[in-house]
Design a protein around this ligand. Structure first.
Ligand code: GLN
Length: 204
């Protein structure tokens, strides 16, 4: 059973892709929803808003954070189970995000800069090569949609880069894996006709 964090953002489209693959999904809004899930998706949306929704009431940016019971349940889950974070979801998985309005789970050793390519109107689609272990026998390019995308500025030890983009002059990672965690700066759920990434996640 795939859990999909459904507090905010693009959870419905991810659910539709898994359903099309015959995979049961559950929308996760509380820590008890997470029980019985063997993998979890943190969808795109807005990481500052997600953080607010996942903190204990009364928390303010910059203050020490303990997190709600759901926040702590996800942090524990991500230490052992498969989690895919797309865009804002990747920001939440990251080790370091230089914005104190975001309290990431600090499980994926990457440094992230939010909104690194500019505003909504600077969103773009770039066809990217997927690493052979995701692509399987299908070497076609994946049309990756970047929406107010974060940039992976640094990757730590043990992080595998499974796709890169170079549309902005720099060659940079846009899809990374670490243990059973997958982090993407783009939105694969917006291309539901190409399910290679979702299928790879189900096989992790
Ligand atoms: N800019 C958003 C953030 O910082 C992420 C955008 C997205 O998920 N498409 O959280």
């Amino acid at each position: 059973m795939v859990g999909i964090l459904a507090l905010q953002g693009g959870f419905a489209r991810h659910a539709a892709v898994f359903s099309s693959l015959g995979e049961p999904v559950r929308e996760v809004r509380t820590d008890t929803d997470l029980e019985g899930c063997d993998r979890l998706v943190l969808p795109g949306g807005e990481s500052t808003v997600l953080t607010r929704l996942l903190m204990e009431s009364g928390w303010e940016p910059g203050a020490p954070a303990q997190g709600s019971t759901l926040y702590r349940a996800i942090a524990d889950f991500a230490r052992t189970e498969a989690v895919m974070g797309t865009c804002a979801g990747l920001i939440m998985l990251s080790q370091t995000c230089s914005d104190d309005r975001v309290v990431p789970f600090s499980v994926l050793p990457v440094t992230i800069r939010r909104n690194a390519y500019g505003r909504q109107t600077e969103s773009f689609v770039e066809p990217i090569h997927l690493a052979p272990k995701i692509a399987g026998g299908d070497q076609s390019l994946f049309p990756a949609t970047f929406i107010r995308a974060p940039r992976i500025e640094k990757t730590g030890l043990g992080v595998a880069i499974l796709a890169e983009a170079d549309g902005h002059g720099l060659r940079e990672p846009v899809l990374v894996a670490y243990k059973r965690l997958l982090g993407l700066t783009f939105h694969p759920e917006l291309n539901p006709e190409d399910t290679r990434i979702h299928r790879f996640f189900l096989d992790l």
